[in-house]
Design a protein around this ligand. Sequence first.
Ligand code: C2E
Ligand code: MG
Ligand code: MG
Ligand code: MG
Length: 284
Amino acid sequence: ASKRAGKGRCTWFNPAFDKSREAVRVMDEELRDALAKSEFALHYQPLVDAQSKEVVAVEALIRWNRSDGKSVGPNIFIPVAEETGLINAIGIWVVRKACEDALKWDGIKLSINISAAQLRNPEFPVQLGHILEDIGFPASRLELEVTETCLVLDPVVAERTLEVIRGFGVNVALDDFGTGYASIGFLRQFRFEKLKLDRSLVTRAESDAGSRAMMLSSITVARAMNMGITAEGVETQEQADMVRAAGCDQIQGWLYFKAMPAEEITRLLNKSGDDLLLSAEKRA
Ligand code: C2E
Ligand code: MG
Ligand code: MG
Ligand code: MG
């Protein structure tokens, strides 16, 4: 009771703040528990070649299947895990699990999302190197997705970490481009192997000339810097046609595939070329 009373002082001043702090604390405990009890799972969303529509990569996306039967999406719990630092342990679990799963998906790339706290953690590249070696996963098949916020918070450390990671032969993609303050100049400041255009930019580009111009000019800059370009969140045939015409090399979105469990990816990749195209087009 005295502990609550101590916190109460703050409640009078800023109830919303105290409440959210409490919510973070509770969820942090639940997440630690979830990690210990293996309640996390990875789903994988295929990325298809914009021209051939073949699956060329998969992106690992974490899910939390709670013991009460509810499934919680990463947008809810990743920010909490970032705030408390638990993302470091979760992130390492993701890397190991994803590389283990993807080991049998010969010939396609694996993309993994990395958050700001991980990029600031000097242990991260060391751990990553160990996992790749331990599992025998080829670094050249791995791509890490980072966002602008990962890099602006502490650009010097982030850049150093990325250099170590690149030294392994791992590619780096800039995720969610078009959401934050993402400026075209930012593309020049860091080296990325790939640019991922956010779903919101793709959507806006359809109806708004300014957004379309921004999409096209970022594609031009990315091209000039030898970056690959992926359009995210493509849901309609019109959007697919637009981003293909704009020069995107890869398309990711529900038009083609949603994220699915590892076994379904294995089944998908075992289909012959024609069957695979068919399953992509059926969704189109
Ligand atoms: P993201 O990396 O930009 O991933 C793409 C998100 O868009 C995924 O949501 C995916 O399911 C969703 N998406 C894909 N295609 C479509 C589409 O056509 N329409 C719509 N409406 N949505 C689509 P998800 O799985 O909920 O993940 C949300 C975010 O959580 C990710 O955004 C990423 O930032 C973060 N995240 C996911 N897994 C991890 C992880 O293992 N570690 C870290 N640090 N972050 C993760
Ligand atoms: Mg991503
Ligand atoms: Mg994204
Ligand atoms: Mg996102």
